[in-house]
Design a binder for this molecule. Structure first.
Ligand SMILES: Cc1cc2nc3c(=O)[nH]c(=O)nc-3n(C[C@H](O)[C@H](O)[C@H](O)COP(=O)(O)OP(=O)(O)OC[C@H]3O[C@@H](n4cnc5c(N)ncnc54)[C@H](O)[C@@H]3O)c2cc1C
Length: 438
């Protein structure tokens, strides 16, 4: 069988596969996909923050197998929101204290109105993400945080997005927590990512590297790096790689490459499938690796920046979480930019970081490097559900299991991706006669 893509999903599929020979095909020369790291002048940068949150026992066991005791550090999240010139605790909706009093009052009034509407059944059912924010948190919290922050992040107003991805990721505090947070009682520990794991030596790529080493060591598999998939013949169950001119047969195929890219490589796909693929939307990411000559002034691991006057929506400081990410006395940061078209104005970014107090002075920046990710976030709009279902069902009927963050077209964490790899291996094994070669 073939596995397309050696990110965490494809690697996990190959690692867990039993009773079948496999060929793992990766376009890049290295494993890891989004979970890669770049190193420069002693600084380490991931593809923006890649913090490993573990909840699932199977993934915890996998990670324990890959890392010796002490090779991973556990870090308790330090996260803030920068708004109206104040550094608030995260999440905004539960920590309003520090905002100008009129803004706190507006947020609390809206929250109470939303609570009453919810209790009396007067609230409209939430369809869009904006509806979700207004019904759960009220008009003020939406106006000062959810709408501006998400407009910057998604590059579109949240009334264009559905609320399908949010339930796990957005903490919903109760009334006591919102009121407590507004009068200055810190509301800590809310949300899914209170603690995370990270390789002590620095760089999330240690995770795929170790998984990849175990996969490469398997005698029943072949890894082909530096090869794209040129074409897939779904009726003849054959695949042509750019690294070789011959067609190769497959009986089962696991794909973790982005769904639109997979469909492009199937010339025989019917019109309704091409149409469904054409309806998928995604957002690109443009971000900066930032190295500083001095230790950053702020102590947070990352900060949310909803206001439009800043050119970024989130800034993280890798070296505040894990020391080895920067040489002693220096800092390694990421800056996620709102504008993904024009080149970043580095001087403006440095000034904004100093103004927010992330770094002491703009001159502390040693170097910046702009980076782009074509497929970063899947867009959850009205077309998402029907298009995705049509594509995955059709592919499945042809013996193709498309999975992972971009293969299943979802909002996956690294842990989710590794779980989907395990599930793909189980799927492939269902009719896997022992020793089957393809
Ligand atoms: C900005 C950002 C921040 C994130 N932060 C976190 C975080 O803090 N914590 C967390 O748990 N998760 C985080 N994630 C999610 C995490 O990165 C993903 O869940 C996970 O890495 C996805 O793995 P994957 O294998 O499904 O996809 P990918 O990592 O995209 O792997 C797909 C692989 O397929 C290869 N490929 C693509 N096209 C082809 C082709 N045509 N032929 C051959 N190979 C091809 C690619 O080179 C790549 O190696 C973040 C994601 C992003 C974008």
């Amino acid at each position: 069988m073939f596995i397309l893509g050696a990110g965490l999903t494809g690697l996990s599929a190959a690692y867990h596969l039993q009773g079948r020979r496999f060929v793992l095909v990766e376009r890049s020369q290295v494993v890891g996909g989004k979970a890669r790291s770049h190193r420069e002048a002693g600084h380490t940068f991931d593809v923006t923050g890649h913090w490993l949150h573990l909840r699932d026992d199977r993934v915890k066991a996998l990670v324990r197998n890959l890392f010796s005791r002490g090779d991973l550090v556990s870090v308790r999240r330090k996260t803030n929101v920068w708004s109206h010139g104040a550094l608030l605790r995260y999440p905004f909706q539960a920590n309003l204290h520090g905002l100008p009093p009129a803004v706190v009052q507006e947020c609390l009034e809206g929250f109470m109105e939303a609570q009453v509407a919810g209790a009396t059944g007067a609230a409209n059912p939430a369809h869009t993400f904006e509806d979700f924010a207004r019904t759960r948190f009220g008009a003020g919290i939406s106006r000062h945080f959810f709408v501006p922050y998400n407009t910057k992040l998604w590059g579109m107003h949240p009334d264009k997005l559905t609320a399908e991805w949010v339930s796990r990721y957005i903490p919903v505090p109760n009334a006591a927590q919102v009121i407590g947070g507004a009068v200055g009682v810190p509301q800590e520990g809310l949300g899914y990512n209170v603690e995370f794991q990270y390789p002590k030596a620095g760089g999330i790529d240690h995770l795929p590297e170790r998984l990849g080493a175990a996969v490469k060591a398997r005698a029943d598999g072949t890894c082909v790096f530096g090869s794209d998939v040129e074409e897939i013949d779904v009726e003849g169950r054959r695949i042509k790689l750019s690294a070789g001119s011959d067609w190769q047969p497959w009986s089962r195929l696991v794909s973790t490459i982005p769904l639109p890219e997979l469909i492009k490589r199937i010339p025989g796909a019917p019109a309704e499938i091409l149409e469904a693929a054409g309806a998928l939307r995604w957002v690109k990411w443009r971000y900066l690796d930032v190295a500083t000559k001095a230790a950053p002034k702020a102590d947070y691991h990352w900060v949310y920046v909803p206001e439009r006057r800043y050119p970024f929506f989130r800034v993280g400081v890798y070296s505040n979480a894990v020391e080895s990410m920067a040489p002693r006395g220096r800092g390694s940061l990421y800056v996620e930019l709102e504008d993904r078209e024009r080149p970043a104005d580095e001087a403006e970014v440095a000034r904004a970081l100093a103004q927010m107090g992330t770094i002491a002075r703009a001159e502390d920046v040693d170097f910046m490097k702009q980076r782009d990710i074509e497929y970063a976030y899947v867009v959850f709009d009205d077309a998402w559900k029907p298009s995705r279902s049509a594509l995955l069902e059709w592919l499945s009927s042809k013996g193709i299991h498309s999975c992972g963050r971009y293969g299943a077209w979802v909002y996956n964490s690294m842990e989710d991706s590794m779980i989907q790899g395990m599930e793909a291996a189980a799927w492939a094994a269902v009719d896997g006669a022992k020793g089957a070669t393809r």
